[in-house]
Write a new protein. Structure first.
Length: 305
């Protein structure tokens, strides 16, 4: 008899790295007071799928950067009326190899987005466990790490809503329902995180990790519209949490593009132009995202050539 699909996925993408990660998560749940919970199979499958597709998405990103660089070199040679010499056989291989890599990993970024929320929740749970096991001297720094991981979960919640594969873009009513649910879940997470400054921190970390494991379980089964039960989210029905990440990222990209055009018009050298673009990027990213500015470094890849 044929095994169910999720069992086959569990076996197909099984690696020692992910097995060690799963064992670490179960130890973390035990530290947080959930020793009676065995990590469900669908979360295990989601973690394995995330690592599988994340590796291939990284390969595709490298191929895209290489192809963009090669394309810029070719266009620059055309604009300068210089003969383009890709280096005979090896040059053409370096040109077609990224294209081949992009074709092989074409579905990777989209598939990876399906499991980002699960991976973010697991990372936050591990941060909560680490904060609970450390003494009061280091706990203040570790609680900052917890806040950073919870913020990553919030971003993943909004991304999951935007990238939900089962909702067509024209289905406005369903999108509105998903957005409202995402706002309530984020509000519940923020309320639980705020208890770290009010309640006993061990109890607050346990409650926060309970929400995170519930979100991960729902996200792993694709229930983006039911990440947390109504009994938890109903009290935040009137709370509005806006998702400004797309606009802020677009603003950063526009400013960097303007800076790149400006240094081109000024005729600065390559080193000076790159220094100006990098400086503008750091300044604008700090203004837009604060301490989380480093996660936008991939935007600079567009201008590296």
């Amino acid at each position: 008899m044929r095994a169910p699909g999720f069992v086959l996925a569990y076996r197909r993408h099984r690696t020692k790295v992910v097995d060690d990660q799963i064992d670490e998560v179960e130890r973390a749940l035990g530290v947080l007071g959930y020793s009676w919970i065995a990590l469900p199979l669908h979360i295990r499958v989601a973690l394995r799928e995330h690592r599988w597709w994340d590796t291939r998405a990284t390969v595709q990103k490298i191929c895209r950067i290489a192809l963009a660089y090669y394309g810029v070199v070719y266009i620059t040679a055309l604009l300068r009326n210089e003969p383009w010499q890709p280096g005979a056989v090896f040059g053409w291989l370096f040109f077609f190899f990224p294209i081949y890599g992009i074709i092989l990993t074409f579905r990777a970024p989209r598939q990876r987005r399906r499991y980002i929320l699960v991976a973010a929740c697991i990372a936050a749970i591990r941060a909560c466990a680490e904060a609970r096991t450390e003494g009061s001297v280091q706990r203040s720094w570790l609680l900052q790490a917890v806040s950073s991981e919870v913020a990553a979960v919030e971003r993943a919640i909004f991304r999951a809503r935007r990238a939900h594969l089962r909702v067509a873009r024209g289905r406005h009513a369903r999108q509105v329902g998903l957005r409202q649910h995402a706002e309530r879940v984020v509000a519940a997470l923020r309320a639980a995180e705020a208890r770290l400054d009010v309640d006993r921190q061990d109890a607050a970390l346990e409650a926060l990790s309970g929400l995170l494991i519930g979100i991960a379980s729902s996200a792993a089964t694709g229930r983006i519209g039911a990440l947390l039960p109504e009994s938890i989210t109903s009290r935040y029905r009137d709370v509005r949490v806006r998702d400004w990440e797309v606009l802020r990222t677009a603003a950063v990209a526009v400013v960097i593009t303007a800076a790149a055009i400006g240094v081109g018009l000024l005729g600065l050298g390559d080193v000076a132009a790159w220094a100006v673009i990098a400086g503008v990027f750091v300044l604008v990213s700090l203004l837009a995202f604060g301490s989380e500015w480093r996660r936008l470094i991939h935007v600079l890849d567009i201008f590296r050539a």
